[in-house]
Design a protein around this ligand. Structure first.
Ligand code: PLP
Length: 464
C-alpha cells in the first residue's frame, strides 16, 4: 500500500514514511492510495479472533511490508498489556439498542491511549531500522500530552518534550504528565495559555535549522498511524454486535475528526455502518458545516469537555478529499480560502457525499450536565462530559432499524469536577493511577519565548 498527500504534491510513500513524517511536506495529510475492502465472508472469519488478532488483520493491508501479520499481532498484544480491562475496549449495554464503547481503560484514562501505545511501538521499530533518533515535541491542553508521555516513556530512540500552559491544566491532567519518571520525558510549563504553547511548537517546526538538528517529530492526531489504530475498536465492537450481518450506527464525540474518521475507514473496508454521527459541544464547527454547508472557524469557548474545544478539525480534510473525488486542486482551493478568510463553502456534490453517511448534533453545557445526571439515574453509569456529549446526540438517533454504539472517550475520574457538579458524586481514580496524587512532580517553568524553549530542548535532548 502506498500513500499520497491530499494536497497532491507528494505520493508513493510507504507506511513507514508516513508514520515518521506525520504531516506531508506540501501541508496535506497522507491517505492510502485506495481503501482495502473485505468481503462479508472475511469479516465473519474475524469473529473468532482475539482483539489482537482482529487488529492485525485490520492493519495488515495498510502497513505493506513494514510488519508481518505475526509481528503486528505481537506488537498489538504488547500495547494491550498496558490496559486494565480484559476486553481492552469493552461494550456496555445501556438500553435495548444503545451501547457504550469504553475506550478509557488505558494508562491515562482516555481513548488516545489505544492508538498512542500502538504508534509508539511502531515508531521504535522504524527508528531502530533506520538507526535514527527523534525529538517529539507537542503542546497539550490535556489528554494528548499524557497519552504520548506514557506511550514513549520506554523508547530509547525518542526524547519527548510536552508543553502545557502553566497553572491552566487540571491537577489530574498535569500530574499524569509530570509524575512520569523517565530520563527521556520532559515537561515544560509555559507562562501563557494553550495558544502560546501551540504557537511555540509551530514556530519550532518552522525553524528549519532547529527542526533538522533535533530531528523533530510530531504525534498529533493527523498522524495516519493513529487513525489506523483507531479502526480496530470499530471492528471489534461491530463484530461483537453481529456485523457484517447486522448494521450499526456510531456516535462519536468529536474534536479533530480523527476518531470518527477511523469509523469512516472501517466502513470503507466493508463494515456495515449506516450512520456516523458527529457529536460536538458548543464548539460546533463540524455541526455547522454539515447543517449549513459553511465550514467556518469561530472563537473557542471553554467547556467541561476541553478535548473537543477546537476551532479547526484537521482530519476533516481527509474526508473532504474523498468527497471531492480525490481531486487535490479542488481541495487546495478550499484550504486556501480557509487560511485567507477563515472559511469556505463545501461544494454541493461533496456535501451530498458527506451527508449520505454522516449526521451531526451539538450539545450545550446544560444538556451535558443533564445527560450525566439522567444516565446515572437510569443506568447507574457515571460518564464523563465528553461521553455525555455523545450520549445526548445518540438519544436522537435511536431507531428500530439499527443498534447505536456511542463512544465513551474518557474515564469520569479524569473530569471529577464536572461529574460532581452534575450528580453530587465524585468519581474515584482507578487504582492503577491513584498514586499520582502523591508522587513527586517534575516540570520546568519557562516563559513563552522561542529561544529559551529551543535552548532548553537542545540542552536536554542531547544529554539524555
Ligand atoms: C481527543 C478527545 C476527543 C476528540 O477526538 P478527535 O479524534 O480529536 O475527534 C474526544 N474525547 C476525548 C476524551 C478526547 O481526549
Amino acid at each position: 500500500m502506498q500513500y499520497l498527500s491530499t494536497r497532491g504534491n507528494d505520493a508513493g510513500r510507504s507506511f513507514e514514511d508516513v508514520l515518521l513524517a506525520g504531516l506531508a511536506p506540501d501541508g496535506g495529510l497522507y491517505v492510502p492510495e485506495e481503501w482495502p475492502n473485505f468481503p462479508k465472508g472475511e469479516w465473519r472469519g474475524l469473529r473468532n479472533l482475539s482483539w489482537g488478532g482482529v487488529a492485525a488483520m485490520i492493519m495488515k493491508p495498510f502497513v505493506g511490508d513494514f510488519l508481518t501479520g505475526q509481528e503486528l499481532h505481537a506488537l498489538v498484544e504488547d500495547a494491550q498489556a498496558t490496559f486494565h480491562h480484559t476486553a481492552t475496549t469493552p461494550l456496555k449495554q445501556l438500553d435495548d439498542a444503545l451501547f457504550l464503547l469504553e475506550l478509557f481503560h488505558g494508562p491515562t484514562l482516555a481513548f488516545k491511549d489505544v492508538a498512542m501505545q500502538i504508534l509508539a511501538r511502531m515508531m521504535d521499530i522504524a527508528l531502530m531500522r533506520r538507526g535514527q533518533r527523534v525529538t517529539i515535541i507537542g503542546a497539550t491542553s490535556g489528554d494528548t500530552g499524557s497519552a504520548a508521555i506514557e506511550a514513549f516513556r520506554h523508547s530509547s530512540r525518542v526524547n519527548i518534550f510536552i508543553l502545557h500552559p502553566h497553572e491552566r491544566v487540571s491537577p489530574i491532567q498535569r500530574r499524569q504528565m509530570t509524575t512520569v519518571e523517565a530520563p527521556n520525558v520532559f515537561n515544560i510549563a509555559i507562562e501563557g495559555d494553550f495558544d502560546d504553547c501551540q504557537a511555540l511548537v509551530k514556530a519550532m517546526f518552522n525553524d528549519a535549522p532547529f527542526r533538522e538538528r533535533m530531528n523533530l517529530a510530531g504525534v498529533n492526531s493527523i498522524n495516519w498511524a493513529r487513525i489506523l489504530a483507531q479502526v480496530i475498536y470499530y471492528a471489534t465492537s461491530a463484530l461483537a454486535l453481529g456485523a457484517p450481518d447486522r448494521s450499526l450506527c456510531y456516535v462519536v464525540p468529536t474534536g479533530n475528526f480523527g476518531d470518527i474518521f477511523a469509523g469512516y475507514v472501517a466502513r470503507q473496508m466493508g463494515l456495515p455502518i449506516d450512520r456516523l454521527v458527529i457529536a460536538t459541544n458548543v464548539n460546533d464547527i463540524l455541526h455547522r458545516a454539515l447543517t449549513t454547508g459553511r465550514y467556518e472557524t469561530g472563537r473557542v469557548v471553554p467547556t467541561t469537555s476541553p478535548s473537543m474545544d477546537i476551532q479547526v478539525s484537521s482530519n476533516f480534510e481527509r474526508l473532504l478529499f474523498d468527497a471531492l473525488e480525490r481531486d487535490p486542486s479542488r481541495l487546495r482551493a478550499l484550504m486556501e480560502q480557509l487560511s485567507q478568510s477563515g472559511g469556505f463553502s463545501i461544494p454541493e456534490d461533496a456535501r451530498a457525499y458527506i451527508r449520505q453517511l454522516f449526521a451531526s448534533g451539538r450539545v450545550d453545557e446544560e444538556a451535558v450536565r443533564a445527560t450525566i445526571r439522567e444516565t446515572y439515574e437510569k443506568t447507574g453509569e457515571i460518564v464523563d462530559p465528553h461521553t455525555a456529549v455523545g450520549l445526548h446526540v445518540a438519544q436522537e438517533h435511536i431507531a428500530p432499524s439499527h443498534m447505536v454504539v456511542s463512544l465513551s472517550t474518557a474515564h469520569p475520574a479524569k473530569f471529577p469536577d464536572a461529574v460532581e457538579a452534575a450528580i453530587n458524586v465524585r468519581p474515584p481514580l482507578p487504582e492503577h493511577v491513584a498514586d499520582i496524587m502523591k508522587k513527586e512532580e517534575r516540570f520546568t517553568v519557562l516563559p513563552a519565548d522561542l529561544t529559551k524553549v529551543e535552548d532548553f530542548i537542545a540542552n536536554n535532548a542531547t544529554t539524555a
